[in-house]
Design a protein around this ligand. Structure first.
Ligand SMILES: NC(=O)c1ccc[n+]([C@@H]2O[C@H](COP(=O)([O-])OP(=O)(O)OC[C@H]3O[C@@H](n4cnc5c(N)ncnc54)[C@H](OP(=O)(O)O)[C@@H]3O)[C@@H](O)[C@H]2O)c1
Length: 193
């Protein structure tokens, strides 16, 4: 943080003041989810954590005491974190990729369905179900991330303790940032300033 020298990481739910965030310096409202960057945490790893990591952590915590969980879209950004966090919490995880059949479980995290009927078909397999695309008629099933400093601190600590692995696929210098939008392979893409 300019002035204090504190290194921080996080995500901007409240828009930066002025332009976007491809800048060396950016001014953001302090009400964003921001946390100190631990000394021994790779800044690229910290950059890859916030939105997907907080979403996964908060989703898994929404499952309460459910013992088993279906995760549809398990190989994606949120899914790959949710699989690890749910397993670390002692849950039996059933990862669902393209073409996989669903089986009954205590809970469902649907990261893929883009319409109500698709989500409803998946939700038949579990008494407790959430989607991330706001497609359910039941607002309680529509998960919306509420990011916080506390969630970021916990995620950083899970990475430091080895409970959470952050799959970084590419580290791209800022001058090549436009290439990122041409698509990318598995894992997170991080732009290095
Ligand atoms: N509500 C919230 O607060 C919130 C927060 C974060 C994210 N989101 C939303 O959550 C969704 C997931 O985010 P993400 O970052 O994880 O996306 P992502 O990285 O694109 O991952 C989506 C994953 O789903 C897989 N997939 C696609 N179609 C599938 C199918 N029919 N069956 C099984 N798996 C399938 C994809 O596999 P392929 O690689 O084979 O395509 C990919 O691995 C997005 O729609 C995002 O906008 C919402």
């Amino acid at each position: 943080m300019e002035g204090s020298g504190e290194r921080i990481f996080g995500t901007f739910f409240r828009r930066p003041v002025g332009g976007g965030t491809y800048a060396e310096y950016v001014t953001v409202p302090a009400t964003n989810a921001l946390a100190p960057l631990p000394q021994d945490l790779d800044p690229a790893v910290a950059a890859a954590l916030p939105t997907a990591g907080m979403t996964a952590l908060q989703l898994v915590e929404s499952l309460g005491t459910a013992q088993s969980v279906l995760i549809v879209g398990a190989s994606g950004g949120v899914g790959s974190f949710a699989v690890q966090i749910a397993r670390a919490a002692g849950k039996r995880v059933i990862p669902i990729g393209r073409g996989d059949s669903l089986a009954e479980a205590d809970a469902l995290i649907d990261l893929v369905s883009a319409d109500r009927s698709s989500f409803e078909a998946n939700a038949r397999y579990a008494p407790l179900a959430f989607n991330t695309n706001y497609v359910s008629a039941d607002p309680a099933q529509n998960f919306g991330l509420k990011g916080s400093r506390e969630l970021l601190v916990r995620l950083a600590s899970m990475v430091q303790s080895g409970d959470l692995e952050v799959p970084i696929g590419r580290r791209v210098p800022l001058r090549e940032a436009t290439d990122v939008f041409a698509g990318h392979g598995p894992g997170k893409t991080v732009i290095i300033m």
